[in-house]
Design a protein around this ligand. Structure first.
Ligand code: ATP
Ligand code: MG
Length: 159
C-alpha cells in the first residue's frame, strides 16, 4: 500500500514543471498528507492563480510542514520545487525535526506538460515560457538532487 512507499514521517518533495503530474501522484495518498501552494492561494484569495498571496500561502505551507514533521507524519509538498534554494529550505525543515526527505522527480516530456497547461482554466494556466523554464530546471535538478541531502530520490519516468 501507499504507506510502504516512504518511511513514516518522510517529507516528500515533488519536483516537476506545471502539468507534469505532481498533483495526480499526490492524489493517491491521504489528502491530509498533501500540501499544495495553489490550494492555499485559493483558500486565501478565492483564486488559485493569485500571486499576491504567495507569501502568506508559503507561511501556511510552512506551518503545515513543521507541525506535521514535529509529529512524525508523512507529508507531501505538492508544488513545483524546481529551485534548489526552495528544496534546501524544505530539506532543512525536515532535518530540523530529525525526519528524512525524499524527492520525487517528474520527467514528463515538455510537450505533454505544455499541452496540459494549455488546456487548463485561465487562472491555473502559466505562461508557456514558465513551463519551459520549469522543465529545464527539473532536468538540471536530476544532477543536483543527490548532493542535496535527500535520503531518497525517485524519478517518475515520462508517462
Ligand atoms: P501544476 O504544477 O500546474 O499543479 P501538476 O504537476 O500538479 O501541475 P497535474 O495536475 O497532476 O500536474 O496533471 C496535469 C493534468 O494531466 C491533469 O489533468 C492530470 O489528470 C493529467 N495527468 C497527469 N498525469 C497523467 C498521466 N500519467 N496520465 C494521464 N493524465 C495525466
Ligand atoms: Mg498540481
Amino acid at each position: 500500500g501507499e504507506g510502504e512507499l516512504f518511511p513514516s514521517g518522510t517529507l516528500v518533495v515533488l519536483v516537476g514543471p506545471g502539468g507534469s503530474g505532481k498533483s495526480r501522484f499526490a492524489a493517491a495518498f491521504p489528502a491530509s498528507w498533501v500540501v499544495n501552494l495553489d490550494e492555499l492561494r485559493e483558500r486565501l484569495s478565492d483564486d488559485a492563480g493569485e500571486q499576491s498571496v504567495t507569501r502568506p500561502a508559503v507561511q501556511l505551507q510552512d506551518i503545515v510542514v513543521s507541525t506535521r514533521m514535529k509529529r512524525g507524519l508523512t507529508t507531501i509538498v505538492d508544488s513545483t520545487n524546481v529551485e534548489a534554494s526552495v528544496r534546501a529550505g524544505l530539506v532543512a525543515k525536515a532535518r530540523a525535526f530529525g525526519r528524512p526527505a525524499a524527492a520525487v522527480v517528474f520527467l514528463t516530456d515538455l510537450g505533454v506538460c505544455l499541452e496540459r497547461n494549455a488546456r487548463r482554466p485561465a487562472n491555473r494556466r502559466v505562461p508557456e515560457r514558465v513551463v519551459r523554464w520549469q522543465h529545464e530546471q527539473t532536468a538540471a535538478a536530476v544532477g543536483l538532487l543527490s548532493g542535496e541531502r535527500f535520503a531518497d530520490v525517485r524519478p517518475v519516468p515520462p508517462a
